[in-house]
Design a protein around this ligand. Structure first.
Ligand SMILES: *Cc1c(COP(=O)(O)O)cnc(C)c1O
Length: 424
């Protein structure tokens, strides 16, 4: 049988298997679309909100509308949503520096945070301006079997612990994401004993994957990137911070300048795209989730470890494929790049990226540079050579890129063709 026929069969088999995932995803998508629409109705978004101001950005109606929509969606007292916030890392940094003071402690209860946060915390040598330099103490409670361990959390909380830090998504770790049900339980346990601690959740990659979000589960502050889920693939730049008024204000004053965070900041040309982006986001996230389930299913069939499994419930859009081989991981990322709408002619190579320790490979042929709600495949060049595959604005594109990439890898004998034998 031709390679094409065998791959067709493989994809057909997996698509049959994941029908229930498609149905569950549609249900979540409908729920979240209604939540987003309600936020637009509540905020009374009108045509006058689709254009932003320039310069200082005083009285920017578009910005106010966006922030009011975000606050409603994420169940927040206040939202700070700006194109001037460059990335998730920038938003998280503002939350940390805005709310912590010398001698305060921040305790991560999901183990080592995402790579780009390590320099900020002071965990990558003497980086000027890190939390450590300000005498703000970072501690962590490691995950046990991939899960938050409350026993360790309680052992590590002290009277100086001002903030608990929870990373919802897996980052570059091989662990499951923290689901909302678990998050609710953990927060309740912590709050019962330590009612004054700020529970801060890095919500990157998690938005709209479930029906509820961290603030619904009792978290006090969340942050994320607009070139991931909530930008819906349309936002050209930006980050958001949502939560309790005083904590969001403190973060905004750090991001802008003390006392000015909520008053200044032009929405520039962006309000229409940010509004349209968040309107599209539940659907786009749904497409990415279906693509992730397909990817998991296909790699399961050909014998590669994946996480989550194809039929698992998810709390972020990231699909891990463990290649266990440096060359194969790199080739797969290169193939994904080849089937991207932008920069398909480039061959990605591992490189040193700002904020990352060690070499990282990133395939991201996106309309917005680095946007990982668009189809992207990346990962650190270290054991077990796991690829972090996420995004895709349409299921059709994810399927196509995956199919064509695998075709080339099998055709070039880069993946052993015998892996296809089990399909019949
Ligand atoms: C992407 C991401 C971040 C921030 O990344 P940026 O590239 O700075 O937007 C932080 N935490 C997690 C878990 C992430 O996935």
């Amino acid at each position: 049988m031709s390679l094409k026929k065998r791959l067709d069969k493989l994809f057909e088999k997996v698509e049959d298997k994941i029908i229930p995932i498609g149905q569950r995803t549609n249900e979540i998508c409908r729920h979240n679309t209604e939540k987003v629409l309600n936020a637009f109705l509540c905020a009374g978004v009108g045509e006058e909100h689709l254009k932003g101001t320039t310069g200082y950005g005083y009285n920017d109606l578009g910005r106010d509308a966006i922030e009011s929509v975000y606050a409603k969606i994420f169940n927040a007292e206040l939202a700070f949503v700006r194109p001037q916030v460059i990335s998730g890392t920038h938003a998280i940094t503002a939350c940390l520096f805005g709310n912590l003071r010398p001698n305060d402690e921040v305790l991560s209860i999901t183990g080592k945070p995402y790579d780009t946060l390590l320099p900020i915390l002071g965990m990558m040598g003497n980086i000027s301006g890190s939390l450590k330099e300000y005498n703000i103490v970072y501690k962590e409670a490691p995950l046990v079997n991939g899960d938050i361990c409350l026993h360790q959390v309680f052992e590590k909380i002290t009277k100086n612990t001002k903030m608990i830090y929870i990373q919802r998504s897996k980052g570059y770790d091989l662990r499951p994401s923290v689901n909302m049900e678990r998050l609710k339980y953990v927060i309740k346990e912590i709050e019962d004993k330590f009612p004054n601690v700020i529970v801060f959740v890095d919500n990157c990659y998690g938005e709209f994957v479930e029906k509820l979000e961290p603030l619904d589960m009792g978290a006090h502050l969340i942050a994320g990137s607009l070139i991931k889920n909530p930008g819906g693939g349309l936002a050209s730049s930006g980050g958001y911070i949502c939560g309790k008024h005083e904590y969001v204000k403190a973060a905004s004053d750090r991001a802008v300048a003390p006392g000015l965070g909520l008053e200044m900041g032009p929405a520039l040309e962006s309000p229409r795209l940010l509004l349209q982006g968040i309107f599209m986001a539940p659907h786009v996230v749904g497409q990415a989730l279906k693509g992730a389930a397909l990817t998991a299913g296909v790699f399961e069939e050909i014998g590669f470890p994946v996480q989550p499994r194809s039929l698992d419930e998810r709390s972020d859009i990231v699909q891990i494929i463990e290649f266990g081989d440096k060359g194969l991981m790199l080739k797969f990322c290169q193939e994904i790049q080849r089937f991207s709408p932008i920069d398909s002619r480039l061959t990605v190579e591992p490189g040193q990226l700002p904020g990352y320790d060690g070499k990282v490979v990133m395939a991201c042929g996106a309309f917005v540079q680095g946007s990982s709600i668009e189809l992207s495949a990346d990962g650190p060049m270290r054991e077990p050579f796991a690829c972090f595959f996420q995004g895709g604005l349409t299921y059709e594109h994810i399927r196509l890129a995956l199919y064509k990439s695998l075709y080339n890898l099998f055709d070039g004998d880069i993946i052993d063709n015998r892996r296809l034998n089990t399909i019949y």
